[in-house]
Design a protein around this ligand. Structure first.
Ligand code: SF4
Length: 122
């Protein structure tokens, strides 16, 4: 089986020809992934990669993502898993951690605002 760099991890648990269904459309989003045709090494760091090389590789991976028709689905997948390594949906692992932290903060603020409104109305 072609090892898609951004194949969801659970793929290993399903027959190789079958991809997990896209949540919203019931179709395999990653069959449309541009990175199927690109080198997997572009998306994941080799061990002991120097910083300059990593930055350059990540920028190259992001350029691939920028022309990918399933970038949004891929990004959400990586955020929801969450995928701890590699470039997914145009974001590095560090960038995804920032997005997730922002989302968590926003959730906490929304919960607090709701609680405060209920208390004020009570
Ligand atoms: S967005 Fe990037 S990482 Fe995701 S499937 Fe497309 S090319 Fe691969």
């Amino acid at each position: 089986m072609l090892q898609l760099p951004h194949q969801p991890r659970q793929v290993a648990a399903v027959p190789p020809q079958r991809a997990p269904a896209r949540d919203d459309e019931g179709g395999p989003w990653h069959t449309e992934a541009v990175c199927r045709r690109d080198e997997a090494g572009l998306f994941f760091a080799p061990s002991k990669e120097p910083t300059a090389a990593r930055l350059s590789r990540e920028e190259a991976a992001k350029r691939v993502c920028a022309r990918c028709p399933v970038m949004v689905e891929c990004r959400e997948h990586a955020l929801l898993q969450p995928e701890p390594y590699g470039v997914w949906g145009g974001l590095t692992a560090a960038e995804r951690r920032v997005v997730l932290a922002r989302r968590r903060r926003r959730e906490v603020e929304l919960k607090k605002a709701t609680t405060d409104r209920i208390a004020a109305a009570g």
